[in-house]
Ligand binder design. Structure first.
Ligand SMILES: [Zn+2]
Length: 277
């Protein structure tokens, strides 16, 4: 781990909310936040409690140090009355938040999304219920026990001397030049996934692979394993057009300091820019 990631625990504690707790609500890819000018923060329990209906039963998602994280009951409609100081914002708003809040929000989203996508047993289609002791969903009909899933992914800073290879995604909302990344496939090692992803996306052989660090990345339900690798910048690039719209080598001096995107990708590019990768 190279980023300052807070401790995050999903073990059920059965605590009730207190003054240190926060309430995080999601609606599709949006999350409810407190807006303060152009700043966004997690919502403290004392701030939101007066607006909640009397019969509201908070669901404990996780905790971090002294902060317990609650959300509305997973499969029930949740509507706040008009006139609250809270707004639904796209999940990408985490990039404008303080690092600790952003990390808690991202991992909470990971867990909430898992609950949201696992309502029924995959073996017998019976409704699933949260297990009392473990962070798991249990089928009362066939006994199937389902644990939260994490998809491993690799991300790599490919360099050649003072140049770094950056690529622009053909899909998705993130339109900046970025590092090559992709999910690990069944049966692959992390290193095999790296070679395959880079070869598929830009057609380059890489060598001198070095592990740098990792980051839980709940935005895509994954764990990012970050690497540094080297390649020959004289070789032709062959782009996978369905994934990559353009890719090119940037000289270290061409890189501008970016806004912190709270990601290990930002950290890798920033390290290269400063000459410490
Ligand atoms: Zn079942």
């Amino acid at each position: 781990m190279i980023l300052n990631t807070p401790n995050f625990s999903i073990s059920p504690t059965h605590h009730t909310p207190n003054d240190q707790s926060v309430l995080i609500a999601f609606e599709g890819n949006q999350t409810l936040l407190r807006q303060d000018g152009d700043q966004y923060q997690l919502i403290s329990w004392p701030d939101i409690a007066p607006y909640l209906p009397e019969q509201f039963i908070p669901f404990e998602l996780a905790h971090s140090e002294e902060t317990s994280i609650f959300c509305p009951p997973i499969h029930e409609a949740f509507a706040l009355p008009e006139g609250t100081p809270f707004v639904y914002r796209d999940m990408s708003t985490f990039r404008q938040m303080e690092t600790n809040d952003a990390a808690l929000l991202i991992s909470s989203f990971h867990l909430w999304s898992w609950y949201h996508k696992n309502r029924f047993c995959g073996c017998c289609a019976h409704p699933l219920t949260p297990d009392q002791y473990e962070r798991a969903l249990r089928c009362q009909s066939c006994g199937n026990l389902i644990f939260p899933t994490i998809a491993p992914a690799v991300i790599v800073a490919i360099t050649c001397g003072d140049r770094i290879l950056l690529a622009r995604n053909a899909r998705g909302n993130f339109r900046h030049y970025a590092l090559i990344a992709g999910f690990v496939e069944v049966g692959e090692t992390l290193e095999q996934a790296l070679h395959r992803e880079v070869m598929e996306e830009v057609g380059l052989p890489i060598h001198s692979i070095k592990y740098i660090g990792n980051q839980p990345w709940g935005v895509s339900g994954s764990m990012m394993f970050a690497f540094h690798a080297q390649a020959d910048d004289q070789l032709a690039l062959t782009l996978q057009e369905s994934e990559i719209s353009s890719a090119k080598w940037f000289d270290r001096s061409e890189l501008e300091q970016r806004q912190n995107s709270q990601s290990i990708a930002f950290e890798l590019i920033e390290r290269f820019r400063k000459g410490i990768l």
